[in-house]
Ligand binder design. Structure first.
Ligand SMILES: [Zn+2]
Length: 310
């Protein structure tokens, strides 16, 4: 069975079409692509990961991974397009990226918060959280990027806020799904990349503290490597720094701090995509230029991580 080729460069795909595309890639490129569910959202949507591994089936040596997640915040549509473009480049255009794929495998979750994303298409374009109702009150949704069990206690927030952290750490099916897949593949995950929008910055831990982590210089160098590649490609200027420094606040229970602090992934970057001009959902005509430019920076960072890990 085949599917009509989705227009990932000219349109924002709905969740079911994204899952169809992933399943198509798994069939078309079964030699090196696997798609598997990592969890189910509150409304019953399958949260899928795609694994791209040129060493699939070989027992040569243990694989090292880049892990990419997007669509944690429902309204950040361009993050999902960017993850899909990475998937497209690493599968349908894999011959262009063989140098990277020979060295490292990829696990990509293009839509973490499927319910929140669909809700922004159907009902409220500026929705950020997931869609699980909070028991015994009138509020719906938790901010999945505040719900991880690392320095979670410091982030107390009100039920109705768009950054509500949840009743307890890992109260949400989406964050449990990411936690479980990370546990399964770390300690071989070398680079964790989280897409958000639209602050146009490359950030690293910590979020919860103004202090810098021990390896901050390596993280800063990695971020600057992404920034330089993008600047060279299009002239766009990204900012680099720690999450707390660039956002001028502390953020508790985020996935980036969890990946770095608990799973001990050595390279963790939050890539806040462009742009202040277009906001969370740039017009369809802008998708191609943003995702192409972003891919340039992502590739440069992957190459640097590979070099660092050799
Ligand atoms: Zn976000």
């Amino acid at each position: 069975m085949d599917i009509r080729k989705p227009n990932i460069l000219g349109d924002y795909l709905r969740h079911k079409d994204i899952n169809c595309y992933l399943d198509y890639l798994a069939r078309r490129y079964s030699r090196f692509v696997t798609v598997f569910p990592i969890g189910t959202s509150f409304e019953g949507r399958s949260i899928k990961a795609i694994k791209i591994d040129l060493n699939k089936g070989s027992r040569k040596r243990e694989r090292q991974w880049v892990f990419i997640e997007a669509g944690t915040h429902g309204r950040e549509w361009i993050t999902i397009s960017t993850a899909l473009f990475c998937i497209y480049q690493l599968t349908e255009k894999c011959f262009r990226n063989v140098d990277i794929l020979k060295q490292i495998g990829f696990i990509i979750v293009p839509v973490v918060n499927a319910d929140g994303y669909e809700y922004t298409h159907e009902t409220n374009v500026s929705w950020r959280k997931n869609r699980r109702p909070i028991p015994n009150c009138r509020y719906v949704g938790t901010d999945c990027n505040r719900n991880y069990d690392f320095q979670w206690e410091g982030g107390l927030s009100r039920l109705g806020k768009s950054t509500f952290q949840g009743e307890v750490p890992f109260s949400e099916p989406e964050t449990r799904a990411i936690r479980n897949v990370l546990k399964r593949f770390s300690p071989n995950i070398k680079f964790f990349l989280s897409f958000h929008s639209y602050a146009q910055s490359l950030m690293y831990p910590w979020g919860y503290s103004k202090d810098l982590p021990p390896s901050w210089e390596k993280l800063q160098q990695l971020a600057e490597c992404g920034r330089t590649a993008i600047k060279k490609a299009t002239g766009r200027s990204y900012r680099c720094g720690s999450i707390s420094k660039l956002t001028h606040r502390t953020v508790h229970g985020s996935i980036a701090d969890y990946a770095y602090g608990v799973e001990k992934i050595p390279f963790v970057i939050v890539m806040e995509l462009p742009s202040s001009k277009f906001g969370f959902r740039p017009p369809n005509t802008e998708i191609e230029s943003i995702v192409t430019e972003s891919w340039t920076g992502i590739k440069a960072m992957c190459r640097r991580v590979i070099k660092n890990c050799q």
